[in-house]
Design a protein. Sequence first.
Length: 726
Amino acid sequence: MNKTDKSLKIKIKCSILFFLLMGIHMHAQAVLDAGATIRQPYCQGSAIKIAPSFSITDSNDSSIPAFFIQISEGYQSGFDTLELDEALHPNISALWDDNEGKLTLISIGSGTEMLLTDLENAVRDVTFITTVSDVIEEKAFSLSIDESNYLPSTNNFYQFISAPNISWSNAKIAAEQLTLYGRPGYLATLTSKEEADFAGKQAPGTGWIGGTDEETEGVWKWVTGPEAGTAMEVFWNGQVNGTTPNFAFWNNNEPNDFGSGEDYAHITDPSIGIQGAWNDLPNTGGTGLYAAKGYIVEYGVPTDPLLSIVATTSIYIPQITETTDAIVCESGSVTISAIPSEGEIVWFDVATGGIEISSGTSYTTPILDANTTFYAAISLNGCVSSQRTPVRATVIPRPTITTTTDDLICSGSATLSATASAGNIFWYDSETSTTPIFEGSTFETPPLNETTSYFVEAMISDCSSSTRTAIIAEVDATVPQFDLLQEIFILCEDIGSVNLETIGPQGNYTYIWKKEGSVITGSLPTINITSSGNYSVSAISEAGCLSGETPILVTDSEKATVTKDDVIIVDDSKNNLIQVVNPNLGNGDYEFALDDEFGTYKNDGIFENLSVGLHTLLIRDKGGCGIEKYVFSILGYPKFFTPNEDGKNDFWNISGFDTTFYPTSEIQIYNRFGILLFKFDGNSEGWDGTYQGKTAPSNSYWFKATLTDIDGFLIEKTGYFSLIRK
């Protein structure tokens, strides 16, 4: 605004104030009539006269100091404007207030009034225009001879009274002392969003309103106006996160009772948070931007009659009430539609600009192979609205079945599944059936006795797969068959575990292993167990058929343990032998062999007619827990020898042992008088029949053999033999 505009605005305000002070109520007999065009359709993007049939009469006067036209409902500040071409009305000056959304008309001449005839013609030419793209669907205009803002939906007037730093209680008193055309004033009670916006956003200033929680903290009531004492009295419970039983318009983080004592409602300064919203303040107000600037007075109650000094008109934007999109599979032409509340539909292929491609409620597209959006607008009285509604033609790629899962069962119901690239999956019992038996990705068949094929297709909005895909429920009732490696398994104590093993399966099975009737972990053909007992195994085929249980006995066993105390050895006899005399060689069932580990074993542990020398007794556990080896010696004692140096039988010695098995040995020779004649060990050739360098005579002699084997066991043998000289 330039200096001239500012100066003009100040002059106009001063003139209006002068006329009001001088008794504008002398025109209270004025009668305003909006005429037949009280509600008009509006074509967005154009200008429209808001009251082309307006008239005003006054039985007491032919002129008026000022007239006020306000966008009272649906005002979009910064975009909406009321205009008058002053060139066509040279006697009238028009001043637009963007904050209040109000156009003020006064006489062009200072100190003069407008003739009612000039005003009537001017009001008829006042136009509304907006630059906003998203226009509120309906807007109302109030026409009044009074400067106070008039809201048609409440039939009340609203007036901001500037009173810097006035307290809430004083503002309440001051408001109640004011009247307007016989209507008493009170601090405004704003019970709807429309009313809150009008009194908060479109007032020339912000100030106190009639809400308080001074009686009970957190219970906010309208204590002024017609709501006081009614069901509409309470409008808020709590603080920031409270609730409203009807309507409230608190600013961000309000009411917060900051510092306590903030018990009075105030319209917040427009620079803070949400424009027109409320905050709570102490009775004396706050500081800075929170200082009270004045108060909002409301005039009127629901029972007040309409006043002749105001008139209202409205405009509305005809709406497209219904649209119908369309879908085509892969490619093709479709028909889309749009229904207007009034007027005619025109079609475009761009959101803005472009040229009209068709008209009428429906439009058949050309052949499409990609998603395309068309736009419907309303044409009314030759004016095409700039607001366009998108209507979509969607081209859907033909869906396909991407994966399938067959099922193999023994009997009963099969579970089949499929996935699709898009859409829903439908199941059929034949390739040509028209009626699906199921919809979904997973289908559980009815009980089956034979292999059955089902067919699936994907569908999205009547666009289905080009072919159906078969999914097979295979029935195989063959009972699993298998054998055991053996029916009895031996658990060797020194090993600690044994593998139970099945053989000869007739298919690919999963196995169930049990011990003493309880299932144990394992599903393979072989299982490793660590304790004896009664086991069983059964098999499940790939189809789910279950075999009977096959019993298995697991018994404990161990490798035999044998010592010299467990056997009797007879040597130096006509029947040298070894005999196992201890029947308890361990926790097993044993068999016996001599010298040949891979030879023949027998159940009894006696071996006779043994030759002189080292032998090995073999004790084998029949359960496979191993072979215990016991090495022993059959000793031989010559009954005579002939030491005549002929190279034959010249030495006497014990046979049947060697230093490997008996690493320590000592043999002593005595005469019949007990005199030690000679001693030697296992490495010696023996006694040569001499004593102290002289030949011993033919006679009987005694021996004592002391042998210690590799395990430290001591063997003592005694006997006699003859020395013969020829």
